[in-house]
Design a protein around this ligand. Structure first.
Ligand code: 475
Length: 791
């Protein structure tokens, strides 16, 4: 498609789809018109992909996830169908700026953090590779809450992405299933029959996900909950207007909001309803599609691979057994085997508070037949493995991790370290019984979004040297390695980074009224706020540095801007205290006439995918400082390394693999290892001892305690000061001294700009392995036994 053809298509949509005249069209109108014109280019390859998968009788991959953190879609689509230049020209011809129009799109924030963003990267890679696949999830009316700060504290407001027309989806009223809850189970003609006493309708909304070069497109199918009988006319006619609308309002509650919960299982009935709702609708869709092509259910595992993204869809095990056994009449043992043949489970966290459990009471009340089947599955497993000591149902709770493990062919962790820890800790016994089941698939990120689109300056520099094939063969970045020794290339690489930083500084000035010096080191920590991620270690170091600069204001300090971004779960008290502390420290440091030229702290609110796309290409330093053993993998760490930020990090999650690949000389490693953490925690005096041994640390905590950041109010941050000097479960104090040491090495390295750039180039050159294309190929060969339908 040429630019003039695209321009005409945009105008046609502006006129005939939107009913707007070019003279009065707003940026919003232009964005919609452009989106429709681009979407038109995706529909044909999308149909072709669907048909090819049928024609080839390909095995299909179904990715079931409570969350898909996709962000904006317009630029992704334009880039992947290769129309970026044409779109720019077309918009120019129409008197519009493409970037402005693209940035008008709201983020689709249907996820909390890493787990949801990983699902979005996987969808894009599946389409790039050409694997027939569907993503299945919930079409939340409200995505992750909007964060603002009021006097330094987090405020939450509902997110409203669907207030605007969502141009990418197609509603499928014909693809709808009734999903039941509650009721009872009765025997009828030798079969168990579940009669729910409540039902909602799951309606499909499809979004095409186009891969690189537009060669293949898969579907993201999101379910919306509707009432079976939407409107009670009788009630309305009696004058009961609220009662008349009640059925619809109550059904819709199920797809109303994303649980703002990154780590802790929320024991709400509604959450379990959401999980069953989307899992049951998805499985019915999978079985319907299978039935339309094959008439032998024993073929199911050959044709269907289902991936459970954490335990949130783990009810898929009993549900599939219920469909096969109760509805299709398969023998129970065969049904269990067949279901297991299709199912696989990814674990994303070992934190005990995040492992899902549902009380037998709740499960039996909401899903009585599933509760029976869970007990049956547990019995069958116990009979087969008499030595077993851990049951699936224990102390009145159904343990979803054990259920997912037992019903899966493969169980995977998301980094090498995490997978080993899974074997040693949460799944120790199940692993001993099923030693082949646990496999590792280290996470990855899509290079189309996280390098090509997010960092055009770096991308064109790279493509100018090694061509464009790195975009879907990221390990080709290796070819840049010799260029680390080329001063001309280093100069260009440095220029690209500086320009990204200047652009970010302008954005900060415009939107937040703060001036950042692009020459200063941009030190970035962006992720959900959690004690294990240790944003408080970072801010403690800022405090100590501020004090030290005061001691010697004429010292040779390396100017730094510490940038924070991230949301705290609304019910997570301590995380919200950390946010408050960071903002309070920022207030003091940024207004300090002595130190602020060397050290600033900024915390833009409402961190999301789009903000990450702006911050990562402009970062010099990537903070990956979790307590070893706690961060399952991390994926931001990979995005930073690819974009040439150096990491300061612990040996945790995928940091281990990053450090290994880029080389320890190009990575600022600090802190205890996982076994050291465990040993250290056994000493009840660990925090007190660490504080006694490091006067800098003692002084920083003292400043928090005596009100230096709270206008002298010693009460305000007492909980944080007390935790640090008391329990300090995440060992902030014990790692502080080594963190400080590593940070001073960072300072020294940054002062030697040429050496720094050399290290940054090597980070880019050696991080190609972290493409989600590589991860997906790993799942295809080791977990799904699926292949590409392309070529
Ligand atoms: C890990 N989210 C990262 C990432 O594998 C890892 C939990 C409960 C309810 C809702 N959401 C969650 C997570 O557990 C999560 O996002 N985990 C993250 O998964 C992808 O890189 O280390 O913390």
């Amino acid at each position: 498609m040429t630019a003039p053809e695209l321009r005409d298509a945009i105008l046609r949509h502006l006129t005939y789809s939107l009913g707007k005249d070019a003279g009065t069209a707003t940026v919003y109108d232009w964005r919609l018109a452009l989106s429709y014109a681009v979407r038109d280019r995706i529909v044909d390859p999308w149909f072709a992909s669907t048909k090819a998968a049928y024609a080839k009788q390909s095995k299909r991959v179904y990715y079931l996830s409570m969350e898909f953190l996709i962000g904006r879609l317009l630029e992704d689509a334009i880039v992947n169908i290769g129309l970026l230049d044409e779109a720019g020209e077309a918009m120019n011809a129409l008197g519009q700026d493409l970037t402005t129009v693209m940035l008008d799109e709201p983020d689709a924030a249907l996820g909390n953090g890493g787990l949801g963003r990983l699902a979005a990267c996987f969808l894009e890679s599946l389409s790039t590779i050409g694997t027939p696949a569907y993503g299945y999830g919930i079409r939340y009316e409200h995505g992750l809450f909007k964060q603002s700060f009021f006097e330094g504290r987090q405020q939450e407001a509902p997110e409203e992405w669907l207030q605007q027309v969502h141009t990418w989806e197609f509603e499928r009223p014909e693809a709808a299933f009734q999903i039941g809850f509650g009721g009872s189970v009765k025997e009828q003609g030798g079969r168990m029959l579940w009669s729910p006493d409540e039902a909602v309708v799951a309606t499909a909304h499809d979004t095409p996900i186009i891969g690189w070069r537009g060669r293949w497109a898969n579907t993201l199918r999101l379910w919306e909950a509707r009432a079976v009988h939407g409107f009670d006319l009788g009630a309305f006619n009696r004058g009961d207007y609220f009662g008349a609308a009640e059925p619809e309002a109550s059904a819709r509650t199920i797809s109303r909001v994303l649980y703002p919960d990154d780590t802790t299982e929320d024991g709400k009935r509604l959450r379990l309803k959401q999980e069953y709702f989307f899992t049951a609708a998805s499985l019915r869709d999978v079985v319907r599609r299978f039935d339309s092509e094959y008439d032998d259910l024993s073929l199911l595992p050959q044709k269907v691979a289902i991936q459970l993204n954490d335990t949130h869809p783990a009810i898929a095990g009993p549900e599939l057994v219920r469909i096969l056994h109760d509805e299709k009449g398969m023998a129970l043992d065969t049904a269990i085997e067949t279901a297991r043949g299709c199912l696989n489970y990814t674990n994303h966290t070992l934190l005990p508070e995040a492992l899902e459990r549902w009380s037998e009471g709740l499960m039996g009340d909401l899903l009585p037949r599933h509760m029976d089947l869970i007990r049956k599955i547990d019995e069958v497993h116990a009979k087969e493995y008499p030595a077993r000591t851990v049951a699936m149902v224990e102390n009145g709770d159904v343990k979803m991790g054990e259920l997912a493990f037992t019903m899966a062919s493969h169980v995977n962790g998301v980094s090498a370290l995490h997978t080993e820890l899974m074997k040693e800790t949460v799944f120790q016994e199940l692993h001993a019984l099923h030693p082949e089941r646990i496999v590792n698939q280290t996470n990855g990120v899509t290079p189309r979004r996280w390098v090509l689109s997010a960092n055009p300056r770096l991308s064109s520099l790279v493509s100018g040297k090694i061509g464009m094939n790195w975009v879907d063969d990221l390990e080709q970045l290796k070819e840049l390695e010799p260029l680390a020794e080329d001063s001309g290339f280093r100069g260009d690489y440095d220029t690209a980074k500086r320009s990204n930083k200047a652009e970010l500084s302008n954005w900060f000035a415009k939107t937040h009224g703060v001036k950042l010096d692009p020459e200063a080191m941009f030190d970035v920590q962006i992720k959900r706020i959690h004690e294990y991620k240790r944003q408080h270690l970072n801010i403690l170091e800022a405090i100590a540095l501020w004090q030290e600069i005061h001691d010697d204001p004429n010292g040779d300090w390396t100017p730094r801007v510490k940038i924070f971004g991230g949301k705290a779960a609304p019910g997570y008290y301590f995380a919200k205290e950390i946010i408050y502390l960071i903002n309070s420290v920022a207030e003091v440091l940024n207004n300090d006439p002595v130190t602020s030229k060397y050290l600033k702290v900024v915390y833009p609110p409402n961190y999301n995918v789009s903000l990450a796309e702006q911050l990562i290409p402009a970062a010099d330093l990537s903070e990956q400082i979790s307590t070893a053993g706690k961060e399952a993998s991390g994926t931001g760490n990979m995005k930073f390394a690819l974009n040439g930020a150096l990491t300061i990090g612990t040996l945790d999650g995928a940091n281990v693999e990053i450090c290994d690949l880029v080389g320890p000389d190009n990575f600022f490693l600090f802190g205890m290892t996982e076994p050291q953490v465990v040993a250290r925690r056994a000493d009840p005096e660990h925090a007190a001892n660490a504080i006694a041994a490091d006067p800098r640390l003692a002084r920083a905590i003292e400043a928090i305690r005596n009100g230096a950041f709270s206008g002298g109010d010693a009460e305000r941050f007492k909980p944080i000061a007390d935790d640090l000097s008391g329990k300090d479960y995440f060992l902030v104090c014990s790692d502080f001294t080594d963190y400080w040491r590593a940070q001073r090495e960072v300072d020294a390295a940054y002062r030697d700009s040429d050496t720094w750039t050399r290290m940054a180039v090597l980070n880019t050159a050696r991080s190609g392995w972290f493409s989600s294309d590589r991860t997906i190929r790993g799942y295809m060969s080791d977990v799904w036994r699926a292949s590409s339908a392309l070529a």
